[in-house]
Design a protein around this ligand. Structure first.
Ligand code: ADP
Length: 280
């Protein structure tokens, strides 16, 4: 018979201890609407902000779209949404009897972001964690995504309330961790990795952004932050999927809302590796 602690109330949901009589935790996965057929959901995470998580999300979406897949982006970075602007989408989204209709890029990538609902795109979202988490869940089940091969979720940085909601509520096939090659960040990468592990979500690999900068004049490559991602990837036993330099052309295209015009040769292999891992 299973051993039971003397102070056991029988209510596992209010108890943090693990014991042999513990019941399986209840799944907190949220269903999406019945008319949505989303084959794969991939989270893009980072331990801290500003490392290029949204850029990687958008790049992977564009690359998968070029590979012929139907792709969507759920911008779960509610307090720092940057996806619509980088694709030049300024209009608001509408609702019909089925739900909220996502915006679409020129090449047909579907996008849902809080900025597509706000009147004033520069107004800060001053919401408490549970309200933000509720918005993310709504973007999952109240948006008319239709048929998608891949839905990329741009998670907010860190290991707080909202990333936790994404990990618990959405049926993630795996996560991609984005990092810059600084030592400090590598420690933070491990936090992101450990969080995914604790939630039993496969880590598909690491993408190192801002690996170097290429001088637009002399074309010489400078590794301003050193390189730590190989070591971290080795230490935690995940694949380093790709590296990307700071690219002035990309920064200009993003500023002008022309993300789809950027041919991201640096992350092409990474997109193919992810596709292979998911479809193997
Ligand atoms: P995060 O989502 O991690 O906060 P973003 O993807 O929004 O970071 O990137 C922060 C800023 O840096 C954005 O303006 C983005 O366009 C720019 N950026 C990110 N990666 C690169 C890169 N490799 N080359 C040039 N600019 C970049």
């Amino acid at each position: 018979m299973a051993e039971q602690k003397s102070n056991c109330s029988g209510n596992c949901s209010s108890c943090g201890q693990s014991c042999s009589s513990r019941n399986e935790p209840q799944s907190l996965l949220e269903p999406t609407a019945e008319f949505n057929n989303i084959k794969h959901v991939i989270g893009v995470v980072s331990g801290k902000g500003g490392v290029g998580k949204s850029m990687v999300t958008s790049s992977l979406a564009v690359l998968m779209n070029k590979m012929g897949y139907k792709v969507g982006i759920l911008d779960a970075d509610i307090t720092g949404p940057s996806i619509p602007k980088s694709f030049g989408i300024n209009s608001k989204v509408y609702q019909n009897e089925l739900g909220i209709l996502p915006a679409e890029t020129e090449n047909g990538i579907k996008i849902m972001s809080i900025n597509l609902l706000l009147e004033d795109k520069e107004a800060p979202v001053l919401w408490r964690g549970p309200v933000i988490a509720g918005a993310v869940k709504q973007f999952w089940h109240d948006v008319v995504w239709g048929d998608l091969d891949y839905l990329f979720v741009d998670c907010p940085p860190g290991t707080g309330d909202v990333p936790l909601t994404v990990f618990q509520s959405l049926p993630l096939d795996g996560v991609v961790i984005v990092t810059s090659p600084q030592d400090l960040v590598s420690m933070i990468v491990k936090k992101a990795y450990n969080m995914a592990n604790m939630m039993n979500i496969p880590v598909l690999g690491i993408i190192e952004n801002m690996s170097s900068v290429i001088c637009p004049e002399c074309k010489k490559e400078f590794k301003i932050f050193g390189s730590g991602s190989e070591t971290v990837a080795d230490e935690i036993g995940v694949e380093l999927l790709g590296k990307m330099p700071i690219d002035v052309t990309l920064a200009q295209l993003v500023d002008n809302g022309c993300f789809e015009k950027y041919d991201n040769i640096y992350l092409k292999d990474a997109a193919e590796k992810i596709d292979n891992k998911i479809n193997k």
